[in-house]
Design a protein around this ligand. Structure first.
Ligand SMILES: [Zn+2]
Length: 401
């Protein structure tokens, strides 16, 4: 339990099973070949845009965790390599949300009309609009995601979200000697200078909400990106579960439950888990939500942890985003969070040693902040990941395994 237990001098207990809750190996497609040799037990791999949905499916075809492999994941002894390494996620990232148009009335706007509405400020530069891809109907995106979710019953939805800070790459190249890497999947920034244009927040919200509804309908977890829009993100998620809030038990009910739970440490949570792991029951909101590379304030954290919230919210942290410069917010968040709501991620664009190293770093950091030994931490984070992906709270069954 001593904090020095988690220090660099202790060997990292990879054999207990470490899981990456959010990463992008399809950004570097040749890195697929490295996954089977990684120390990380399984990767949750995100799709983001037109160019990578098919790639995520290709990776899943080769390396997805199959149902017969799940018992091995649930056991700390499950280090045999006969079991798949990937949980695929399908979805459309807010950075690319302007490329989607909402076709509610089955009306197809012209390219120029669509981008003038979806982008803020409304672009006057026709060359800029011409440089953007032809927009794609939302119904088409949702149809494709649904097909993938049906084909991969363990797949989740991601990466989706809101980003108020992001600016769309422009036409000109940034003056920084960028060299095109042929291994990189197209559709990203690719060395371009950022324009002054952002994706309209209401537009982002509509694309996000449609994907949340689909995840709820199919009872899949989601991986959510939120930057500089923490309040709005909570509001958007809240709208999807409006009318489905969990009733707060009365004082008397709580008292009664407390005495029943005296033998059970986290009784109230258990009941919540029981209800929401009710698979096959379509709802407008996802059963489990991961706020990836969480950078919000403590107030927002409290909102998500209110007992009335009917989804189970996990918070994931990365070395790259949360501990790059100022980390005080992430430290405060990790300190404030219940042990069973924390996940670890690399958020990296290529599989391999660097991804393992980043995951190890963040797990060590979380353990240090939480005062966990590395063994305790890796075990807890493994249970959390299994709960997030499969909706099973194993802690309840076997007290921590
Ligand atoms: Zn990401």
């Amino acid at each position: 339990m001593a904090p020095q237990e988690a220090s660099k001098t202790q060997p990292f207990p990879w054999h207990l099973g470490a899981f990456d809750a959010h990463c992008h190996p399809t950004d570097t497609a040749p890195s697929l070949d490295k996954i089977a040799g990684m120390k990380t037990r399984a990767l949750t791999i995100m799709a983001t845009r037109g160019q990578d949905q098919r790639l995520v499916a290709d990776f899943a075809d080769k390396l997805a965790v199959t149902d017969d492999a799940i018992p091995a994941l649930e056991s700390t002894r499950g280090s045999e390599k006969s079991r798949g390494y990937i949980i695929p996620a399908f979805g459309w990232h807010p950075w690319f949300s302007h490329q989607i148009f909402v076709d509610e009335q089955h009306r197809t706007p012209s390219k120029v009309d669509h981008y003038r509405l979806a982008i803020s400020p409304s672009p006057v530069n026709d060359d800029f609009i011409a440089s953007l891809p032809d927009p794609r109907p939302l119904s088409d995106l949702l149809g494709q995601t649904r097909t993938y979710l049906e084909r991969y019953p363990r797949a989740i939805v991601g990466e989706i979200g809101l980003d108020r800070a992001f600016r769309i790459p422009g036409i000109e190249m940034a003056d920084n000697g960028y060299e095109k890497d042929p291994a990189l999947t197209p559709g990203g920034r690719e060395g371009r200078r950022l324009s002054t244009y952002r994706v309209d927040m209401r537009h982002q919200q509509r694309i996000l909400k449609a994907q949340l509804n689909l995840a709820g309908e199919m009872q899949r977890a989601v991986s959510v990106h939120g930057v500089a829009a923490h309040g709005l993100l909570f509001e958007t998620l809240e709208e999807t579960w409006r009318g489905h809030e969990r009733r707060t038990p009365s004082k008397r009910e709580r008292k009664r439950r407390a005495s029943v739970d005296a033998t059970h440490q986290k009784g109230e949570n258990f009941e919540a888990f029981e209800q929401s792991s009710d698979l096959g029951d379509a709802k407008p909101f996802p059963p489990r939500i991961c706020l990836h590379s969480y950078s919000g304030p403590a107030d927002t954290l409290r909102q998500y942890l209110q007992p009335s919230v009917p989804a189970i919210i996990f918070f994931s942290f990365s070395r790259l985003v949360n501990f790059s410069s100022t980390s005080t917010k992430a430290v405060a968040a990790i300190q404030a969070l219940p042990d069973d709501r924390i996940l670890a991620e690399s958020d990296l664009h290529a599989a391999g040693d660097k991804m393992d190293d980043l995951l190890e770093d963040i797990v060590r950091k979380i353990c240090q902040i939480k005062g966990w030994t590395l063994e305790e931490g890796v075990k807890q984070l493994r249970l959390n990941w299994l709960h997030y992906i499969f909706g099973k709270n194993l802690e309840k069954k076997d007290g921590g395994g």
